[in-house]
Design a protein around this ligand. Structure first.
Ligand code: CS2
Ligand code: MG
Length: 409
């Protein structure tokens, strides 16, 4: 079998997506997600201008060899653009191999290790009553684990609060990247946030009881000592995890957090390779690996990363926001079902136009996702529908502190 075509499809139904479609001389096709929020065209160009010419004529079955070729022959390694491009190729090749084998991808990855994949959803509110309504709404949608994000008195716009309108007036939750000519500026005050959040979790526990798994995303905004304090203050509310509590380029920073709190820690959605985790995993400084298949070199690299994490009893918590396309989500679900050290899967639901462009066979019921039994990934892309939604520039917001200093968003 030979690769005869590789097409980079950029579409923008509810938001921008970059998809690679590889076609073989046997007529098999495979899809891979290369979406990098706010920098989509960089990956599209990396693929179209540099990688596609290298794929034509290759044997699609040699996935590991192709991975190593793309990673090493580029000379310039790692980074979000390179690893998203490699991920798109890798996942498309696994889709083809599973289709050629006539089985859903998870079967090729060793078969199911569980009956379903526990998912968590995003509840949020500008105040407690709105938050409670959002949690109830997610429970009605079938979620059995809930991420809690709230507004903070004195701060105008906070990450993850669905109802706050974005600069274009639309609800925030469908997409944090706004279709505006420049990134929107938001404000932040960590001390106000640290004073406010424990009270929110106390209220949620009082209202919904001790069992409901609750998660929170600190979204990279605290210093290590502030993160240590928050982790400690939230201990009474038994969080499933506190995510991205501090920027982790300096992995050792988590030693200070770990010293002060037993709140489980999840990190990694902005990471791209196993190297970004070495100290975090080897020193047991995190409990969940948050990488996305799409941003970490695909199934081939993610499986190795999660196998490394398994040696330290660290589990998966794969990143699943709307800026991971249904192709990237499906890839995650096949891996989630097959690996042993599965923890939880993020599941932010895509919009109606996206579901028109990407026909998916994965299901969500009673809190659990399942990738389905279709051969391959189980996602097909309607290219005619995709063509109706041309790329539209969009940017994620950024933060400035009261004194004007740029801060992590
Ligand atoms: C977030 C993401 O889902 C999450 O955990 O951190 O929504 C993140 O803000 C976006 O993926 C950025 O593109
Ligand atoms: Mg996050």
């Amino acid at each position: 079998m030979k690769i005869v075509a590789a097409d980079v499809i950029v579409t923008s139904p509810d938001r921008n997506f970059v998809t690679l479609k590889i076609t073989t001389d046997d007529g098999l096709t495979g899809l891979g997600d290369g979406t990098l929020n706010g920098r989509e065209l960089a990956v599209a160009s990396y693929l179209a201008d540099h990688v596609v010419p290298l794929l034509i004529g290759r044997d699609p079955h040699r996935i590991e060899d192709t991975w190593q070729f793309l990673y090493r022959s580029a000379y310039w390694r790692r980074g979000p653009v390179t690893m998203a491009a490699i991920a798109a190729v890798d996942v498309a090749l696994w889709d083809i191999k599973a289709k050629a084998a006539g089985m859903p991808l998870y079967q090729l990855l060793g078969g199911a290790s569980r009956t379903g994949v526990m998912a968590y959803g995003h509840a949020s509110g500008r105040d407690i009553p709105e938050l409670f309504d959002s949690i109830r709404n997610h429970l009605e949608l079938g979620y059995r684990s809930i991420r809690v994000q709230t507004s903070v008195p004195g701060i105008n716009a906070v990450y993850g609060v669905a109802a706050q309108p974005g600069p274009d007036g639309k609800r925030y939750d469908y997409e944090p990247a706004q279709r505006t000519p420049l990134p929107a500026e938001e404000d932040w005050d960590t001390r106000a946030y640290l004073r406010h959040l424990p009270g929110v979790f106390e209220a949620v526990r009082n209202e919904f009881g001790p069992e409901l798994p609750l998660l929170h995303d600190g979204h990279h905004r605290m210093t290590p000592i502030q993160a240590a304090r928050l982790g400690k203050d939230l201990e009474p509310y038994d969080l499933f995890w506190l995510e991205d509590c501090t920027p982790a380029e300096n992995q050792e920073a988590l030693r200070l957090v770990r010293q002060h709190t037993t709140t489980p820690l999840a990190i990694g959605e902005v990471f791209n390779t196993v190297w970004d985790y070495q100290t975090l995993i080897r020193e047991q400084l995190i409990d969940y690996v948050r990488s996305a298949v799409t941003h970490t070199g695909g199934i081939t690299a993610m499986r190795k990363l999660l196998d490394f994490a398994a040696q330290y009893q660290i589990k998966s918590g794969i990143h699943g926001p709307t800026d991971i396309s249904p192709v990237g989500m499906a890839a995650a679900l096949h891996l989630d079902l097959a690996i042993h050290n599965f923890g939880i899967q993020e599941y932010m639901q895509h919009g109606p136009l996206t579901n028109e462009v990407f026909r998916q066979s994965f299901t969500f019921a009673d809190g659990y996702l399942h990738p389905g039994e279709q051969p391959g990934l189980g996602v097909e892309l309607d290219e005619q529908a995709a063509a109706r939604f041309p790329y539209t520039a969009a940017y994620l917001p950024f933060n400035r502190l009261k004194d004007g200093t740029v801060h992590d968003w």
